[in-house]
Write a protein that binds this ligand. Structure first.
Ligand code: AR6
Length: 173
């Protein structure tokens, strides 16, 4: 099944799971995180708060992923992951971003789900250069998909400029 790059508001997508680009506390924030919490309603915040902390205030360390229901969203589940903050690229950012994609797909498979939409994890407030993030995402997803049952993967871009960057990464790789 081909990976598709689309322009959309991820909160509107009817898939098994949408991915949230969250922060380690998992209690909401700005950007796509804020949009997902607004659209899912307050039950999502309650579900996130119920996830265990692995350190004070940390429910999901960078590179890991957690799953909740989607509540009022058209998507049945939300997979919350925490991308790396960009510090120039020599602080493990590519490996951490790769982990986000791998761990999200691992949860998807563990829950026997088969369609997923990703936002451009880390490419907003966290400052990861979009072209570099897209390269990591495409290479990681291709590697994962080669070793699993068919999964419908959509890379959800919020606007034409981001869409062009991701489209190029998909055609170049
Ligand atoms: N649908 C799809 N993509 C979106 C949407 C949407 N509704 N809204 C924004 N984007 P960001 P990060 C795009 O900043 O860089 C939060 O406060 C956006 O244009 O949301 O991983 C968290 O709580 C950008 O391309 O996530 C964390 O503190 C992409 O989503 C922090 O931001 C990611 O931008 C995480 O930063």
């Amino acid at each position: 099944m081909p990976i598709r790059v689309i322009i959309a508001d991820i909160t509107q997508l009817r898939v098994d799971a949408i991915v949230n680009a969250a922060n380690p506390g998992l209690l909401g924030g700005g950007g796509v995180d804020g949009a997902i919490h607004r659209a899912a309603g307050p039950a999502l915040l309650d579900a996130c708060r119920a996830l265990p902390e692995c350190a004070p205030g940390v429910r999901c360390p960078t590179g890991e992923a957690r799953i909740t229901l989607g509540f009022a969203l058209p998507a049945r589940h939300v997979i919350h992951t925490v991308g790396p903050i960009w510090h120039g690229g020599n602080h493990g950012e590519p490996a951490l971003l790769e982990s986000c994609y791998r761990n999200a797909l691992q949860l998807l498979r563990a829950w026997r789900l088969s369609s997923i939409a990703f936002p451009a994890i880390s490419c907003g407030v966290y400052g990861y250069p979009a072209a570099l993030a897209a390269e990591v995402a495409v290479a990681t997803l291709r590697d994962e998909l080669a070793r699993s049952a068919p999964i419908d993967v959509r890379l959800c871009c919020f606007g034409a400029a981001m869409h062009e960057v991701w489209r190029q990464a998909l055609s170049a790789a």
